[in-house]
Design a protein around this ligand. Structure first.
Ligand SMILES: [Zn+2]
Length: 805
């Protein structure tokens, strides 16, 4: 598109800032397309409304309570001098969890008034205000203990901002929260705190003053939001400065924080995925607000790099846990997929901005895929258990947690879900975009007049979407109905994934029961007419079950396919399948698949049923036992709600890709204990999963990090007495960057009565990486075996697998 067309003026702002009349709404250049604010959209939806209700009724109160319980609120009270003590919580960005949950609660209040919650937010905002220093500085970790701050904080303000202090990250979330609170409640209490802080940043940062870039991006989008609400141009200028000041030649210029190159010279997605996607979002904002074309070129290229090379089929981004970062092109491992929940949320923010710039439905295709899969998987159906990484395969080592020391994903989820209705519609002059198919009633002011419409649908389970006009406008307008790429043989834009065989049936569109003429424009069916009250547009999406294959370069998905139906990606999970096992399942790609809606299962899901086969190893033979069985797939977002177990998205269609279910062994039937506090790690020892090498984080492992130089142990208790004469152990070692190395030494003991005696080894104890270390010993008849190891002086150690025979 021509760049000049990204400018638009005046009227379209009305949608976004309906409530901003209390401050002068700025009418400068902005996105050519404007979102229809979630406040103008009232949900009546079978899928999203219950999830947003659980967020309001469970997740938000729960997260607020956790902020109290973990000391995050006390951080503010201590900084304000209202609570004795100067011991802060764990991370220098802990203040942001409170900001984010206030943002979520504010949105939630607007959907459903709750005077008690409103009052509680007021009290929290008063505490935040009290913790703010006179000149606007707001950062509890320094204020409560200026003389001896946290290791990540310099002795002077901003000194370690580019590294780990997160001072500007805290400001960014404060700004986002303050704007949401103001727009939702009309109260300026939090906004005034944010303005005071933003004014301090304006005074402090800039060329010739503090020339520093934010270590973790978010302050940039926070500032563009503050600019829109207050009209203060210096906030926008500062957002642009924070982008432009990134670049090579500084002490902290790294790929990790997207500062190895100037932002306009960046054309590939690198480094920490959440930081990156927040930055791309900010670049879109500043491009829209200032007309900067160079930013656009950069983020267009980066989008291409992500979608064509670095995107999980679930919409997850950031493949590797090392640096929580984008991996190399096509390197998309499944079991060790990081795909942080925050990165999925950031991916939605970014793709929505790309759509508002370009008006192309391909961005919403990515947004929708992310929303229904890799984002929604971040929270349990109950609303109080969470995933930080969102893997695409599991042996049961992944479970949702009630909390994380680093709670970013939890508070991010609380603020995202209530804002979700804001992604359904968008508008530009007399064009109204329908981007998502969600049951709702919406009111949108167009130049042609006020449009009131209702969407009725059982999407994503059924393909019918009926849009009924409840109003009549004085002039015609164009309805742009998104025709998802997945109805047109593209699981997501680009060539990273494709549907295997089978051309999708076309979308059917009818108006008042008659076929209707429409033109296709940038992925939208455009119907322009003088809409009358009562007009009914029915869109019928083909809800075919599709098999997705990945490009060959994606090694992790070789000989495998994924199942999708509409926007939903499916997975196999233990509870629905024979022997609670799924890694051993093989399904022929041409197998017929039955579709069934199960109202009682996982709060109501459509499942897929098919015939497949599974393989098992036998104890005394190399021959695999193969049986045919029925195979059930559930929506990926709903996995891990029934306890730990196996899961996989990419299903082998070839036996070479499947992992036969191992035969039970003495070890696999043992009860595991170890000198670690986390019993979740126990099953790694005897899960019979052999890693590719010692550093293979895809396989589960047990570790003693961050201990050093101690003596530790693992123990097998057998169901009865067994005669054992050998041990094979596979060490975990994630050097040179990780904290685990092979141990200094180890010894095997067996239980004799109440005593532990060392075995008499007949071969030497070896310690090497990337393979099993075997030791033979004189046979012992025993009920328990113990492996004792000594950690290196400077590192911990870990074990992938321990076999005894
Ligand atoms: Zn996170």
């Amino acid at each position: 598109m021509m760049f000049s067309s990204i400018y638009s003026r005046g009227a379209v702002m009305a949608g976004m800032f309906l409530l901003a009349g209390r401050l002068p709404a700025q009418t400068k250049a902005d996105y050519p397309i404007q979102p229809v604010a979630f406040t103008q959209v009232k949900l009546n939806d079978i899928f999203w409304e219950p999830k947003i209700r659980v967020n309001a009724e469970v997740s938000i109160p729960y997260t607020l309570a956790q902020c109290k319980k973990t000391g995050r609120i006390d951080n503010f009270l201590k900084a304000a001098g209202k609570l004795p003590g100067d011991n802060y919580t764990e991370f220098t960005f802990d203040d942001t969890d409170l900001y984010k949950v206030i943002e979520g609660a504010s949105y939630s209040l607007q959907v459903k008034p709750d005077p008690k919650l409103a009052l509680y937010l007021d009290s929290l905002i008063a505490i935040i205000g009290a913790a703010q220093e006179k000149d606007g500085y707001l950062y509890t970790f320094r204020t409560m203990k200026p003389a001896k701050p946290h290791d990540w904080i310099g002795s002077k303000r901003w000194e370690k901002e580019e590294d780990l202090s997160h001072e500007l990250y805290n400001s960014g979330h404060l700004f986002e929260s303050a704007v949401a609170h103001y727009q939702a409640t009309g109260k300026k209490t939090l906004l005034n705190i944010a303005i005071k802080n933003a004014d301090l940043l304006v005074k402090t940062f800039g060329y010739g003053r503090e020339e520093k870039f934010p270590g973790h991006q978010i302050v940039e989008t926070g500032l563009t939001k503050m600019y829109r609400v207050t009209g203060k141009k210096e906030y926008l200028d500062l957002a642009k400065f924070f982008l432009d000041v990134r670049g090579p030649g500084r002490a902290n210029s790294q790929q990790y924080n997207q500062a190895d190159k100037k932002v306009v010279d960046q054309h590939e997605a690198v480094g920490h995925a959440v930081r990156a996607a927040y930055m791309y979002t900010a670049m879109a904002d500043v491009a829209a607000l200032t007309g900067n074309e160079e930013y656009l070129h950069a983020i267009d290229d980066i989008w291409h790099d992500v979608v064509y090379r670095k995107l999980y089929i679930t919409g997850g981004i950031g493949a590797t846990g090392a640096g929580e970062a984008f991996g190399d092109a096509y390197d998309l491992p499944n079991m060790s997929a990081y795909a942080e929940t925050c990165a999925a949320i950031a991916n939605v923010y970014w793709n929505n901005r790309m759509f508002l710039l370009h008006g192309d439905s391909k961005y919403i295709d990515v947004l929708e895929r992310t929303l229904y899969n890799g984002l929604l998987s971040g929270v349990s159906l109950s609303g109080d258990r969470f995933f930080y990484p969102n893997p695409l395969a599991s042996l049961g080592q992944h479970q949702r947690s009630a909390w994380f020391g680093c709670a970013c994903c939890i508070s991010n989820m609380t603020r995202f879900l209530p804002s979700m209705p804001g992604y359904i519609y968008a508008q530009k002059e007399n064009h109204l975009y329908v981007n998502l198919f969600v049951g709702d009633t919406a009111e949108v002011q167009l130049p042609a007049g006020k449009v009131k419409l209702v969407q009725q649908t059982n999407y994503p389970w059924e393909g019918s979407d009926v849009i009924t006009m409840l109003s009549q406008t004085k002039a015609p307008f164009a309805l742009h109905v998104r025709v998802p790429g997945w109805t047109n043989n593209e699981p997501v834009p680009g060539d990273l994934y494709a549907f295997d065989g089978g051309v999708a049936k076309p979308v059917k569109i009818s108006l008042n029961g008659q076929s209707v003429n429409y033109k296709m424009e940038k992925g939208y069916a455009v119907i322009e007419r003088a809409w009358k009250k009562g007009d009914k547009l029915e869109v019928l999406f083909p809800m075919e079950v599709q098999r997705i294959v990945a490009q060959e370069k994606v090694k992790a998905d070789l000989n495998r396919f994924a199942l999708s139906r509409g926007p939903v990606i499916y997975c196999l999970e233990g509870p629905d399948n024979k022997d609670s096992a799924v890694q051993n399942i093989v399904v022929d790609k041409s197998t017929a698949v039955q579709v069934a809606y199960k109202p009682e299962l996982l709060k109501g899901v459509t499942v897929l049923e098919m015939q497949g086969s599974s393989t098992k190893r036998q104890l005394n033979s190399d021959e695999l036992l193969k049986v045919s069985q029925s195979v059930v797939a559930i929506p990926y977002y709903a996995w891990a709600n029934r306890g730990p177990g196996e899961m996989e998205v990419w299903i082998p269609y070839n036996e070479a890709a499947a992992r036969p279910k191992p035969a039970p062994t003495v070890a696999s039937r043992s009860k595991v204990t170890a000198s670690v506090n986390n019993p979740r790690m126990f099953r790694a020892l005897n899960d019979q999963y052999t890693p590719q090498d010692s550093r293979d984080a895809s396989a589960s492992y047990l570790h003693w990090w961050p201990k050093k130089a101690t003596t530790e142990w693992v123990q097998y208790d057998f169901d009865s007495s067994h005669t054992i004469s050998s041990s094979q152990v596979y060490w975990f070692d994630d050097g040179p960057w990780g904290g685990c190395r092979v141990p200094v030494s180890y010894t095997i003991y067996y239980k004799s009565g109440d005593a532990w005696l060392p075995v008499e080894n007949t071969s030497p104890y070896t310690i090497s990486k990337d393979g099993y270390n075997s030791v033979q010993f004189k046979p012992v008849a025993t009920t328990a075996l113990k492996l004792e190891l000594k950690l290196p002086d400077d590192n911990a150690a870990g074990i992938h697998e321990w076999i005894v025979k």
